[in-house]
Ligand binder design. Structure first.
Ligand code: UD1
Length: 347
Protein backbone atom coordinates (compact mmCIF):
# COMPACT_ATOMS: atom_id res chain seq x y z
CA UNK A 1 0.00 0.00 0.00
CA UNK A 2 1.06 3.60 -0.58
CA UNK A 3 0.87 4.79 3.01
CA UNK A 4 0.00 8.39 3.81
CA UNK A 5 -2.80 10.36 5.39
CA UNK A 6 -2.97 13.15 2.88
CA UNK A 7 -5.55 13.36 0.12
CA UNK A 8 -4.26 12.16 -3.22
CA UNK A 9 -4.59 13.71 -6.65
CA UNK A 10 -4.18 11.24 -9.50
CA UNK A 11 -2.59 12.65 -12.64
CA UNK A 12 -2.91 10.51 -15.77
CA UNK A 13 -0.18 11.18 -18.31
CA UNK A 14 2.01 12.52 -15.52
CA UNK A 15 5.20 11.91 -17.50
CA UNK A 16 3.86 13.82 -20.49
CA UNK A 17 4.48 17.40 -21.49
CA UNK A 18 1.59 19.20 -19.78
CA UNK A 19 1.15 16.52 -17.10
CA UNK A 20 4.72 16.86 -15.85
CA UNK A 21 4.58 20.66 -15.72
CA UNK A 22 1.30 20.43 -13.82
CA UNK A 23 2.81 17.98 -11.32
CA UNK A 24 5.62 20.49 -10.72
CA UNK A 25 3.08 23.23 -9.95
CA UNK A 26 0.99 20.90 -7.76
CA UNK A 27 4.07 19.89 -5.76
CA UNK A 28 5.15 23.50 -5.38
CA UNK A 29 1.76 25.08 -4.71
CA UNK A 30 -0.25 22.43 -2.80
CA UNK A 31 0.14 19.85 -0.09
CA UNK A 32 -1.61 16.98 -1.87
CA UNK A 33 0.00 13.64 -2.42
CA UNK A 34 0.48 13.32 -6.17
CA UNK A 35 0.33 9.94 -7.94
CA UNK A 36 0.94 9.73 -11.67
CA UNK A 37 -0.50 7.08 -13.99
CA UNK A 38 1.58 6.73 -17.13
CA UNK A 39 2.69 3.76 -19.24
CA UNK A 40 5.29 5.85 -21.13
CA UNK A 41 3.66 5.13 -24.48
CA UNK A 42 4.69 8.61 -25.62
CA UNK A 43 6.89 9.77 -22.73
CA UNK A 44 9.85 8.68 -20.67
CA UNK A 45 10.40 7.68 -17.04
CA UNK A 46 13.26 10.23 -16.93
CA UNK A 47 10.61 12.91 -16.57
CA UNK A 48 10.26 12.02 -12.90
CA UNK A 49 13.99 12.68 -12.35
CA UNK A 50 13.51 16.08 -13.94
CA UNK A 51 10.49 16.79 -11.74
CA UNK A 52 12.59 15.80 -8.73
CA UNK A 53 15.47 18.02 -9.82
CA UNK A 54 13.11 21.00 -9.92
CA UNK A 55 10.93 20.29 -6.86
CA UNK A 56 13.17 18.07 -4.71
CA UNK A 57 10.18 15.75 -4.39
CA UNK A 58 9.61 12.22 -5.64
CA UNK A 59 6.46 11.18 -7.45
CA UNK A 60 5.02 7.68 -7.45
CA UNK A 61 4.03 6.52 -10.95
CA UNK A 62 1.68 3.64 -11.70
CA UNK A 63 2.85 2.13 -14.99
CA UNK A 64 -0.46 0.93 -16.38
CA UNK A 65 -2.41 1.19 -19.62
CA UNK A 66 -5.57 3.13 -18.80
CA UNK A 67 -7.41 1.33 -21.62
CA UNK A 68 -7.06 -1.84 -19.51
CA UNK A 69 -9.74 -1.34 -16.86
CA UNK A 70 -8.79 -4.34 -14.73
CA UNK A 71 -5.14 -3.32 -14.54
CA UNK A 72 -6.15 0.27 -13.82
CA UNK A 73 -8.49 -0.74 -10.98
CA UNK A 74 -5.86 -2.98 -9.44
CA UNK A 75 -3.18 -0.28 -9.55
CA UNK A 76 -5.39 2.49 -8.17
CA UNK A 77 -6.85 0.26 -5.42
CA UNK A 78 -3.49 0.68 -3.66
CA UNK A 79 -3.75 4.48 -3.59
CA UNK A 80 -5.02 5.97 -0.34
CA UNK A 81 -7.66 8.66 -0.24
CA UNK A 82 -7.92 9.74 -3.90
CA UNK A 83 -10.06 12.87 -4.09
CA UNK A 84 -9.39 14.11 -7.61
CA UNK A 85 -8.20 13.10 -11.05
CA UNK A 86 -6.57 15.29 -13.67
CA UNK A 87 -6.85 13.35 -16.91
CA UNK A 88 -4.13 14.31 -19.40
CA UNK A 89 -3.30 10.92 -20.92
CA UNK A 90 -4.27 10.94 -24.59
CA UNK A 91 -2.86 10.92 -28.08
CA UNK A 92 -2.50 14.43 -29.46
CA UNK A 93 -1.20 14.51 -33.01
CA UNK A 94 -3.65 15.99 -35.50
CA UNK A 95 -1.97 14.44 -38.60
CA UNK A 96 -1.56 11.06 -36.92
CA UNK A 97 -5.27 11.07 -36.06
CA UNK A 98 -6.13 11.75 -39.69
CA UNK A 99 -3.96 8.79 -40.73
CA UNK A 100 -5.20 6.41 -38.01
CA UNK A 101 -8.57 7.52 -36.63
CA UNK A 102 -9.42 4.20 -34.93
CA UNK A 103 -6.29 4.43 -32.82
CA UNK A 104 -7.43 7.86 -31.64
CA UNK A 105 -11.03 6.88 -30.89
CA UNK A 106 -9.94 3.71 -29.10
CA UNK A 107 -7.26 5.34 -26.96
CA UNK A 108 -8.69 8.77 -26.21
CA UNK A 109 -12.27 7.68 -25.58
CA UNK A 110 -11.54 4.22 -24.12
CA UNK A 111 -9.19 5.67 -21.51
CA UNK A 112 -11.61 8.45 -20.61
CA UNK A 113 -14.49 6.01 -20.09
CA UNK A 114 -12.30 3.80 -17.88
CA UNK A 115 -11.18 6.75 -15.80
CA UNK A 116 -14.79 7.84 -15.25
CA UNK A 117 -15.75 4.26 -14.32
CA UNK A 118 -12.97 4.43 -11.75
CA UNK A 119 -14.34 7.74 -10.41
CA UNK A 120 -17.75 6.11 -9.97
CA UNK A 121 -16.40 2.98 -8.37
CA UNK A 122 -14.11 4.78 -5.92
CA UNK A 123 -16.38 7.80 -5.47
CA UNK A 124 -13.68 10.24 -6.57
CA UNK A 125 -15.60 13.53 -6.77
CA UNK A 126 -13.33 16.00 -8.59
CA UNK A 127 -12.31 15.69 -12.23
CA UNK A 128 -10.38 17.85 -14.69
CA UNK A 129 -10.39 16.95 -18.40
CA UNK A 130 -7.75 18.05 -20.92
CA UNK A 131 -9.77 19.42 -23.76
CA UNK A 132 -8.56 21.48 -26.67
CA UNK A 133 -9.41 24.55 -28.69
CA UNK A 134 -9.70 22.16 -31.62
CA UNK A 135 -13.27 21.47 -30.40
CA UNK A 136 -14.33 24.81 -31.94
CA UNK A 137 -13.38 23.88 -35.53
CA UNK A 138 -13.33 26.66 -38.13
CA UNK A 139 -15.62 29.18 -36.46
CA UNK A 140 -16.93 32.39 -38.02
CA UNK A 141 -16.21 34.75 -35.17
CA UNK A 142 -12.95 35.26 -33.27
CA UNK A 143 -11.91 35.23 -30.51
CA UNK A 144 -13.89 32.22 -29.31
CA UNK A 145 -15.66 32.28 -25.96
CA UNK A 146 -16.62 29.13 -24.08
CA UNK A 147 -20.15 29.44 -25.46
CA UNK A 148 -19.15 29.80 -29.13
CA UNK A 149 -20.98 26.93 -30.89
CA UNK A 150 -18.73 24.20 -32.26
CA UNK A 151 -18.16 23.98 -36.00
CA UNK A 152 -17.53 20.44 -37.30
CA UNK A 153 -14.30 18.89 -35.97
CA UNK A 154 -11.46 19.22 -38.50
CA UNK A 155 -9.71 16.00 -37.43
CA UNK A 156 -10.42 12.76 -35.57
CA UNK A 157 -8.25 14.16 -32.74
CA UNK A 158 -10.57 17.15 -32.44
CA UNK A 159 -13.57 14.85 -32.66
CA UNK A 160 -12.29 12.82 -29.68
CA UNK A 161 -12.13 16.05 -27.68
CA UNK A 162 -15.66 17.11 -28.66
CA UNK A 163 -16.95 13.65 -27.76
CA UNK A 164 -14.84 13.54 -24.62
CA UNK A 165 -16.39 16.78 -23.39
CA UNK A 166 -19.88 15.33 -23.91
CA UNK A 167 -18.97 12.12 -22.10
CA UNK A 168 -17.68 14.09 -19.10
CA UNK A 169 -20.74 16.37 -19.07
CA UNK A 170 -23.23 13.47 -19.32
CA UNK A 171 -21.44 11.53 -16.60
CA UNK A 172 -21.32 14.60 -14.34
CA UNK A 173 -25.07 15.11 -14.75
CA UNK A 174 -25.70 11.49 -13.83
CA UNK A 175 -23.63 11.53 -10.62
CA UNK A 176 -24.85 13.97 -7.98
CA UNK A 177 -21.59 14.10 -6.02
CA UNK A 178 -19.31 14.44 -9.05
CA UNK A 179 -17.93 17.77 -10.33
CA UNK A 180 -15.86 18.46 -13.40
CA UNK A 181 -13.87 21.15 -15.20
CA UNK A 182 -13.13 21.04 -18.92
CA UNK A 183 -9.99 22.99 -19.82
CA UNK A 184 -9.71 23.89 -23.48
CA UNK A 185 -6.00 24.36 -24.17
CA UNK A 186 -5.02 26.54 -27.08
CA UNK A 187 -1.42 25.84 -28.16
CA UNK A 188 0.76 24.96 -25.16
CA UNK A 189 4.45 25.67 -25.88
CA UNK A 190 7.69 26.49 -24.10
CA UNK A 191 9.40 24.77 -21.21
CA UNK A 192 9.88 25.15 -17.48
CA UNK A 193 11.74 28.43 -16.81
CA UNK A 194 14.65 26.48 -15.27
CA UNK A 195 15.18 24.81 -18.67
CA UNK A 196 15.14 21.46 -16.84
CA UNK A 197 11.83 20.13 -18.14
CA UNK A 198 10.04 20.48 -21.44
CA UNK A 199 8.44 18.65 -24.31
CA UNK A 200 10.18 15.36 -25.01
CA UNK A 201 9.14 14.12 -28.43
CA UNK A 202 10.02 10.43 -28.78
CA UNK A 203 9.75 10.56 -32.53
CA UNK A 204 9.82 13.34 -35.12
CA UNK A 205 7.62 16.09 -33.67
CA UNK A 206 4.36 17.20 -35.30
CA UNK A 207 3.94 20.37 -33.25
CA UNK A 208 5.42 23.64 -34.40
CA UNK A 209 7.68 24.69 -31.53
CA UNK A 210 9.59 21.40 -31.04
CA UNK A 211 9.95 21.33 -34.81
CA UNK A 212 11.45 24.83 -34.71
CA UNK A 213 13.86 24.03 -31.89
CA UNK A 214 14.99 20.74 -33.43
CA UNK A 215 15.58 22.47 -36.77
CA UNK A 216 17.64 25.17 -35.06
CA UNK A 217 19.51 22.44 -33.18
CA UNK A 218 20.47 20.74 -36.45
CA UNK A 219 18.48 17.59 -35.64
CA UNK A 220 15.98 18.30 -38.42
CA UNK A 221 17.14 19.90 -41.63
CA UNK A 222 14.28 22.23 -42.48
CA UNK A 223 10.94 23.47 -41.16
CA UNK A 224 8.02 23.61 -43.59
CA UNK A 225 5.38 26.24 -42.88
CA UNK A 226 2.13 24.43 -43.69
CA UNK A 227 0.34 26.82 -46.00
CA UNK A 228 1.14 30.37 -47.02
CA UNK A 229 -2.07 31.09 -48.89
CA UNK A 230 -4.63 31.19 -46.09
CA UNK A 231 -6.84 34.24 -45.70
CA UNK A 232 -4.78 35.62 -42.79
CA UNK A 233 -2.49 38.65 -42.44
CA UNK A 234 0.60 36.84 -43.79
CA UNK A 235 -1.01 33.74 -45.32
CA UNK A 236 0.01 31.34 -42.53
CA UNK A 237 -2.31 29.89 -39.85
CA UNK A 238 -3.08 31.82 -36.67
CA UNK A 239 -2.87 30.18 -33.23
CA UNK A 240 -2.93 31.24 -29.59
CA UNK A 241 0.38 30.01 -28.13
CA UNK A 242 0.42 29.72 -24.35
CA UNK A 243 3.29 28.85 -22.01
CA UNK A 244 3.00 25.36 -20.56
CA UNK A 245 3.69 26.62 -17.01
CA UNK A 246 0.73 29.00 -17.34
CA UNK A 247 -1.40 26.04 -18.42
CA UNK A 248 -0.07 24.05 -15.44
CA UNK A 249 -0.89 26.87 -13.04
CA UNK A 250 -4.47 26.95 -14.34
CA UNK A 251 -4.86 23.28 -13.35
CA UNK A 252 -3.89 24.03 -9.76
CA UNK A 253 -6.44 26.84 -9.69
CA UNK A 254 -9.12 24.66 -11.30
CA UNK A 255 -8.46 21.92 -8.77
CA UNK A 256 -8.78 24.30 -5.83
CA UNK A 257 -11.94 25.74 -7.42
CA UNK A 258 -13.48 22.26 -7.53
CA UNK A 259 -12.36 21.17 -4.09
CA UNK A 260 -13.43 24.47 -2.47
CA UNK A 261 -16.87 24.08 -4.10
CA UNK A 262 -16.76 27.39 -5.94
CA UNK A 263 -18.37 26.04 -9.12
CA UNK A 264 -21.55 27.65 -10.37
CA UNK A 265 -22.56 24.50 -12.25
CA UNK A 266 -21.63 20.82 -12.14
CA UNK A 267 -19.31 21.15 -15.15
CA UNK A 268 -17.30 24.32 -15.78
CA UNK A 269 -15.59 25.05 -19.10
CA UNK A 270 -12.62 27.38 -19.51
CA UNK A 271 -10.49 28.53 -22.44
CA UNK A 272 -6.77 28.45 -21.64
CA UNK A 273 -5.16 30.87 -24.04
CA UNK A 274 -3.49 34.27 -23.88
CA UNK A 275 -6.03 35.90 -26.18
CA UNK A 276 -3.34 36.77 -28.77
CA UNK A 277 -3.53 35.37 -32.27
CA UNK A 278 -0.03 34.71 -33.66
CA UNK A 279 0.79 33.47 -37.18
CA UNK A 280 3.24 30.65 -37.85
CA UNK A 281 5.63 33.14 -39.47
CA UNK A 282 5.37 35.50 -36.47
CA UNK A 283 6.18 32.58 -34.15
CA UNK A 284 9.26 31.77 -36.26
CA UNK A 285 10.38 35.41 -36.22
CA UNK A 286 10.00 35.60 -32.44
CA UNK A 287 12.20 32.51 -32.12
CA UNK A 288 14.80 34.01 -34.48
CA UNK A 289 14.83 37.30 -32.58
CA UNK A 290 15.12 35.72 -29.14
CA UNK A 291 17.83 33.23 -30.09
CA UNK A 292 19.72 35.48 -32.53
CA UNK A 293 19.79 32.91 -35.31
CA UNK A 294 18.23 32.32 -38.72
CA UNK A 295 15.93 29.35 -38.99
CA UNK A 296 15.99 27.20 -42.11
CA UNK A 297 12.36 27.21 -43.23
CA UNK A 298 10.25 27.30 -46.38
CA UNK A 299 6.60 27.93 -46.99
CA UNK A 300 4.94 24.76 -48.30
CA UNK A 301 1.53 23.20 -48.85
CA UNK A 302 -1.34 23.06 -46.39
CA UNK A 303 -1.62 20.29 -43.78
CA UNK A 304 -4.81 18.18 -43.61
CA UNK A 305 -6.92 18.80 -40.50
CA UNK A 306 -5.61 22.32 -39.79
CA UNK A 307 -7.92 25.04 -38.54
CA UNK A 308 -7.12 28.35 -40.28
CA UNK A 309 -7.31 30.76 -37.40
CA UNK A 310 -8.17 30.46 -33.72
CA UNK A 311 -7.49 32.38 -30.53
CA UNK A 312 -9.18 32.67 -27.17
CA UNK A 313 -11.36 35.03 -25.31
CA UNK A 314 -10.04 34.25 -21.81
CA UNK A 315 -12.23 36.62 -19.74
CA UNK A 316 -14.11 33.81 -18.01
CA UNK A 317 -11.09 31.91 -16.72
CA UNK A 318 -9.45 35.14 -15.55
CA UNK A 319 -12.55 36.03 -13.56
CA UNK A 320 -13.56 32.62 -12.21
CA UNK A 321 -10.15 31.10 -11.49
CA UNK A 322 -8.28 34.35 -10.94
CA UNK A 323 -5.75 33.11 -13.51
CA UNK A 324 -3.52 35.34 -15.58
CA UNK A 325 -0.98 34.03 -18.08
CA UNK A 326 2.47 35.37 -17.13
CA UNK A 327 4.61 34.59 -20.18
CA UNK A 328 4.64 36.31 -23.59
CA UNK A 329 5.53 34.76 -26.95
CA UNK A 330 9.21 35.77 -26.79
CA UNK A 331 9.56 34.17 -23.35
CA UNK A 332 7.84 31.01 -24.58
CA UNK A 333 10.32 30.72 -27.47
CA UNK A 334 13.33 31.42 -25.29
CA UNK A 335 12.31 28.80 -22.72
CA UNK A 336 11.75 26.23 -25.50
CA UNK A 337 15.27 26.93 -26.79
CA UNK A 338 16.78 26.69 -23.30
CA UNK A 339 15.21 23.24 -23.00
CA UNK A 340 16.49 22.22 -26.45
CA UNK A 341 20.02 23.29 -25.42
CA UNK A 342 19.61 21.06 -22.39
CA UNK A 343 18.50 18.13 -24.59
CA UNK A 344 21.38 18.73 -26.94
CA UNK A 345 22.35 19.99 -30.39
CA UNK A 346 23.44 18.12 -33.47
CA UNK A 347 26.07 20.49 -34.85
C1 UD1 B 1 -3.70 21.19 -32.42
C2 UD1 B 1 -4.90 21.73 -31.69
C3 UD1 B 1 -4.54 21.99 -30.25
C4 UD1 B 1 -3.92 20.75 -29.65
C5 UD1 B 1 -2.72 20.30 -30.46
C6 UD1 B 1 -2.18 19.01 -29.95
C7 UD1 B 1 -6.14 23.02 -33.32
C8 UD1 B 1 -6.57 24.38 -33.75
N1 UD1 B 1 -5.34 22.97 -32.27
O1 UD1 B 1 -2.75 22.18 -32.46
O2 UD1 B 1 -5.69 22.32 -29.54
O3 UD1 B 1 -3.51 21.01 -28.34
O4 UD1 B 1 -3.15 20.07 -31.79
O5 UD1 B 1 -1.12 18.60 -30.73
O6 UD1 B 1 -6.51 22.02 -33.91
N2 UD1 B 1 3.00 23.99 -38.35
C9 UD1 B 1 3.85 24.23 -39.43
N3 UD1 B 1 4.91 23.39 -39.59
C10 UD1 B 1 5.16 22.35 -38.77
C11 UD1 B 1 4.30 22.11 -37.68
C12 UD1 B 1 3.21 22.95 -37.50
O7 UD1 B 1 3.64 25.16 -40.19
O8 UD1 B 1 6.12 21.60 -39.00
C13 UD1 B 1 1.86 24.90 -38.17
C14 UD1 B 1 0.53 24.19 -38.24
O9 UD1 B 1 0.05 24.11 -39.56
C15 UD1 B 1 -0.30 25.12 -37.37
C16 UD1 B 1 0.68 25.65 -36.33
O10 UD1 B 1 1.96 25.44 -36.88
O11 UD1 B 1 -0.78 26.19 -38.12
C17 UD1 B 1 0.60 24.93 -35.02
O12 UD1 B 1 0.63 23.54 -35.27
P1 UD1 B 1 0.79 22.47 -34.08
O13 UD1 B 1 1.88 22.89 -33.18
O14 UD1 B 1 0.87 21.13 -34.71
O15 UD1 B 1 -0.52 22.62 -33.27
P2 UD1 B 1 -2.06 22.64 -33.77
O16 UD1 B 1 -2.26 21.65 -34.85
O17 UD1 B 1 -2.46 24.04 -33.98
Amino acid sequence: MLQHNKSTILVTGGAGYIGSHTIIELLQQTDYNIVSIDNFSNSSADTFDRIEAITRKQVVNLNVDICNLEALELAVSKVKNPIGIIHFAAYKSVPQSVADPLMYYHNNLGSLINILKLCKQLQIPNFIFSSSCSVYGNVEELPVTESTPFAPAESPYAQTKQMGEDIVKNFTTSESSFKSVLLRYFNPVGAHPTGLNGEYPRSKPDNLVPYITQTAAGILSKLTVFGGDYDTRDGSCIRDYIHVSDIADAHVKALNYLIDDQQKQATSVFNLGTGNGVSVLEAIHSFEKMTQQKLNYEVGGRRAGDVISIYANNDLVKKELNWNPKYNLDEMMLSAWKWQLNLGLNK
